[in-house]
Write a protein that binds this ligand. Structure first.
Ligand SMILES: Cc1ncc(C[n+]2csc(CCOP(=O)(O)OP(=O)(O)O)c2C)c(N)n1
Ligand code: SF4
Ligand SMILES: [Mg+2]
Length: 348
């Protein structure tokens, strides 16, 4: 006897017809509860909600627990797991070779602020179109929890060791050196991380997002300033961030006079609702000042600190052809002999 077919609810899809499952990656091998896993989940949500074609994404990373994260989202995308601290060079080459890609780099505080600091600084100067995420736990998680260069002065390891060096603030550094979208969040703040990531996808330059991401195995105890508890107690959001992609209608629950609006190059909009005093995210000096003030008070300021939607990115600075170099035919990339003869003639 034929059984009656049970009706399945239709699978929800995004504006390009893909379900969220098509944005997933492999099963995580990180510790249960690691902040990095929450960030991978938000990357999946952001790419799905923005309707990004997974095959258009190129993922880059260095070495560390954080740098394993790209394996756990977007299996259908391109991926390159580089050497420790060397992800920026690899990403720069790839993005120059194929400008049609959406680049996302995932790195750790050790990968970025110790061995990779030189590469990181030059990436920022170039304003390469790339979303650069630091999964910041204040320790080298993969090598068993030594302090990294973002650990706060006086914070304590489980073993009782106290950090006696001042931290590097990667956001202040990114603002000063030339990144054109800079923010900080906390892996436990789903809404803020998701909003910043969606805005990052719409941005056309270097986006530097420092996401505090507690290491539950080595740095989530009393005395750590990168623990869930410390973040819950000291997170100071600068504003409520809302992102409206260019393909969506603006929602109108924002009262005029309490909101700053930033229009992105593609027409998408970022809305910042003030929680306190007037904050202008296009003012570099104010952004750095607010970060320094927060440090003095022991607060962790979160939100969108700085954005510049006008500065040319690295591809524009180099006057690159609109056509991706990787797909140019040989007839274009290899000039005829007459062109060489002309150059030789001009040198006589
Ligand atoms: C050239 C080189 N030096 C040192 C190491 C050892 N090493 C691997 S990961 C790592 C630090 C990882 O810390 P972080 O980038 O903060 O990532 P996390 O594991 O905390 O997410 C170190 C020192 C290495 N793999 N390669
Ligand atoms: S050691 Fe720390 S950083 Fe690494 S996976 Fe475990 S919790 Fe995450
Ligand atoms: Mg780390």
């Amino acid at each position: 006897m034929a059984s009656t077919p049970t009706s399945q609810p239709p699978v929800k899809t995004n504006r390009i017809g893909l379900s969220v499952m098509e944005y997933k990656g492999g099963k995580t091998t990180l510790c249960a509860g690691c902040g990095h896993n929450a960030i991978s989940e938000r990357v999946i949500d952001a790419m799905y909600e923005m309707g990004v074609q997974p095959e258009r994404v190129a993922k880059f990373s260095g070495i560390g627990c954080s740098s394993k994260s790209p394996a756990y989202f977007l299996s259908r995308s391109h991926s390159f797991n580089a050497v420790h601290g060397r992800m920026p060079a690899v990403a720069t080459g790839a993005m120059l070779a194929n400008r049609s890609l959406l680049g996302i780099g995932v790195t750790g505080d050790g990968d970025t602020a110790s061995i990779g600091l030189g590469q990181f600084m030059h990436l920022l100067r170039r304003n390469l179109p790339l979303i650069y995420i630091i999964e910041n736990n204040g320790v080298y998680g993969l090598t068993k929890g030594q302090f990294s260069a973002t650990a706060d002065l006086g914070s304590k390891l489980k073993t009782g060791v106290i950090n006696d060096l001042p931290p590097i603030d990667t956001c202040a550094m990114a603002i000063e050196l030339g990144a054109t979208m800079v923010g900080r969040s906390f892996s436990g703040d789903k809404k803020q991380v998701l909003t910043l990531l969606k805005a990052a996808i719409a941005h056309n330059g270097t986006v530097m997002l420092d996401i505090i991401s507690p290491c539950v195995t080595f740095n989530d105890h009393e005395g750590s300033t990168k623990s869930y508890k410390y973040m819950k107690d000291h997170d100071e959001p600068l504003h409520d961030v809302t992102f409206v992609p260019q393909f969506e209608e603006i929602n109108v629950d924002y009262e005029p006079g309490t909101t700053t609006e930033v229009t992105m190059h593609d027409g998408s909009r970022i809305l910042l609702r003030k929680l306190e005093e007037t904050y202008d995210p296009t003012n570099k000096i104010e952004a750095v000042k607010r970060l320094m003030q927060a440090h003095e008070k022991g607060e962790v300021l979160t939100g969108l600190f700085f954005i510049d939607t006008k500065k040319p990115n690295f591809l524009e600075m180099l006057h690159m052809t609109d056509h991706p170099l990787a797909t140019l035919p040989e007839s274009v990339t290899k000039p005829p002999k007459s062109a060489l003869d002309e150059v030789m003639e001009s040198l006589k």
